[in-house]
Ligand binder design. Sequence first.
Ligand code: C5J
Length: 229
Amino acid sequence: MNHQIDAQPYPLVFDPARTALLIIDMQRDFIEPGGFGAMLGNDVTQLTRAIAPIRSLLTAFRQRGLMVIHTREGHRPDLSDAPPSKLARGGGPMRIGDAGPMGRILVRGEPGHDIIPEVYPLPGEPVIDKPGKGSFCQTDLELILGLRGIRTLIVCGVTTEVCVHTTVREANDRGYECLVPDDATASYFPEFHQMALRMVQAQGGIFGWVSDSARVLAALPPVSQAAAA
Ligand code: C5J
């Protein structure tokens, strides 16, 4: 049954049973001091504003039995999946793979690579490990979405203009309808956040829709109705 989210540039019609909440890279490495984000010289406190709205969406999707998928950016311990260009960039004293306060930076299995406790995946919620910024590049995300018949993605997480934006662009080109809730995404650079969301909805929704977590929550079916569907 179709529902409608009040959004820009116009309302998004969606079927909850064919909709997934895609939570991008809510990892300690991006959000806490001592990780990849901080290593690049960023103010990591800029990202905390997205935690509570994501948590609200996560709770609502779980209560209704709707699909939730998490992603993590990171690399194999031998860094064989990390392009030299990515390893070389950043310019600071620490690089991907170096030992930091939360273990080796952006390496799978290290404490910093893990998802923050506030939005930690439950057993049964797919976690997509991706070597790049986009969630479709060299991952099995498309296979998982296809097997569940998912057509609409509510994309939240960090950072707005990097991994969220890249994922929305990839998904849009594959025919998925993407909505980004403004308050459930964040950037180290507030101006990039604003511009990234303007880009998504510009030109009649060239990449998708923009709304906020309250409007998404208001459009979900009641818990009892969703459970019965
Ligand atoms: C970045 C991300 N910013 N998850 N990754 O390098 O946005």
